[in-house]
Ligand binder design. Structure first.
Ligand SMILES: [Zn+2]
Length: 224
């Protein structure tokens, strides 16, 4: 296995009635060996952006990563995920059985959901203070932790709802937030992981036409 840069885009081309994924634009079709000339627009290479970002460079975002290992190494599609919230300086606040942590590293390969528009200056100014004050509350003491009912996800979502209520906006239920913001991104990530792993193993990955493109959708377990 030859690891690729986790933030690198992959390439999709069409040839031999198949979608062919690779890490660079190939000169020859890996299936038939013909030289590739992109005459028609629909045959032109398409870039598949990486769904992963360095969480420490994301400000005011909700982050997801596997509890152990990374998405592209060790994650099997159903491993537990861990959740964090970044402040404006890339410090990742996260809650587990040992309480709230402020991580300066360890969140380099994440799925990120930005929570604040860049023009919301008032909120951006208050964000770090909100997050800090929220995190010292008694409910985030280690003994309050419960793997299923009071975990990292509860912490992240409760913070989002505190911000929403301070902005006089409607709160989000766990299922609303998960379906609207989390699932679309984890679904994309899991397709990318499938393609990425095949490319590392074989150099390319093909899917027959017409197709929704080769990823299996994985279940997400949000705990700790
Ligand atoms: Zn071909």
């Amino acid at each position: 296995m030859q690891p690729l840069d986790s933030e690198k885009s992959l390439i999709k081309i069409s040839h031999c009635s198949k979608d062919i994924f690779a890490s660079f634009v190939p000169k020859y079709c890996p299936l038939c060996g013909q030289s590739l000339v992109y005459r028609k627009l629909e045959d032109a290479p398409v870039s598949i952006p990486s769904p992963f970002v360095n969480g420490h460079r994301e400000r005011c975002s909700f982050l997801l990563k596997p509890t152990t290992g990374t998405f592209l190494s060790g994650y099997d599609g159903s491993s537990d995920l861990h959740v964090g919230i970044t402040n404006t300086k890339g410090l990742v606040y996260n809650y587990n059985e040992a309480g709230v942590h402020k991580a300066e590293y360890g969140w380099e390969q994440c799925v990120s959901i930005p929570l604040v528009q860049p023009d919301m200056y008032g909120l951006l100014k208050q964000w770090d203070l909100y997050l800090e004050q929220f995190s010292v509350a008694e409910i985030w003491q280690p003994h309050r932790y419960d793997e299923h009912l009071h975990n990292c996800y509860t912490y992240g979502l409760t913070f989002i709802n505190c911000v929403l209520s301070a902005q006089k906006q409607q709160q989000l239920s766990k299922s609303e937030f998960t379906e609207k913001f989390v699932i679309p991104r984890t679904r994309k990530a899991s397709k990318y992981i499938t393609i990425y792993k095949e490319i590392c193993k074989n150099g390319f990955f093909t899917v027959g036409h017409p197709s929704e493109g080769g990823g299996t959708t994985s279940t997400v377990h949000l705990t700790s």
